[in-house]
Design a protein around this ligand. Structure first.
Ligand code: QAP
Ligand code: CO
Length: 166
């Protein structure tokens, strides 16, 4: 298992659209193990493969931050069930370190995907899991939570991060 480097905003590779996983083989199982290793080392709750520069539709989430509840979501499809029912959550991202911002998202969504054993899942996540899945599925589509903010706030964040890494 390897801790992989997490791409940092505004790295253009974060804009890559992920491909679907065709077969859950040893390569995918190794990717998943590395993603959990990277997630836990960074102290996060969710990571998309995009963030480690692997452009396959794989997400790992552990909301407990105690390595107790690892969940894998492969080839997720999301459906918004009620566009008017939205909630605000203060989000962060391992690719946008030390920045948080309120993001408004639908509360009622349906997710269809595969787990690490290739079994089909079809469920309606609630609360933080619903927020986190939408955030991570955005990554697979080359989208970041800062894209939900105003252009002014976004340019301030990218300037501050560029300065920090310079
Ligand atoms: C996405 O984010 C998320 O800035 C996962 O200094 C966040 O794991 C979904 C993190 C909130 C729903 C709600 C961020 C760790 C972790 C930082 C993360 C930092 C250290 C972010
Ligand atoms: Co993120």
């Amino acid at each position: 298992m390897t801790i992989r480097t997490i791409l940092q905003y505004p790295d253009p590779r974060l804009r890559t659209i992920a491909r679907e996983v065709e077969k859950i083989d040893d390569g995918i199982r190794e990717l998943i193990a590395d993603m959990f290793e990277t997630l836990y080392a960074a102290g996060g709750i969710g990571l998309a493969a995009t963030q480690i520069d692997v452009h396959l539709a794989v997400i790992v989430i552990d909301l407990t931050e105690k390595k107790k509840s690892p969940h894998v979501f492969i080839n997720p499809k999301i459906t918004v069930l009620d566009d008017r029912d939205r909630g605000v959550y203060k989000e962060g991202c391992l690719s946008v370190p030390e920045f948080q911002a309120n993001v408004k998202r639908p509360k009622q969504v349906r997710v269809q995907c595969l787990n690490e054993n290739g079994e089909a899942l079809d469920f309606k996540p609630e609360g933080l899991l619903a927020v986190c899945l939408q955030h991570e599925i955005d990554h697979l589509n080359g989208k970041l939570f800062v894209d939900h903010l105003s252009l002014l706030r976004r340019s301030r964040i990218s300037r501050a991060l560029r300065k920090r890494s310079a």
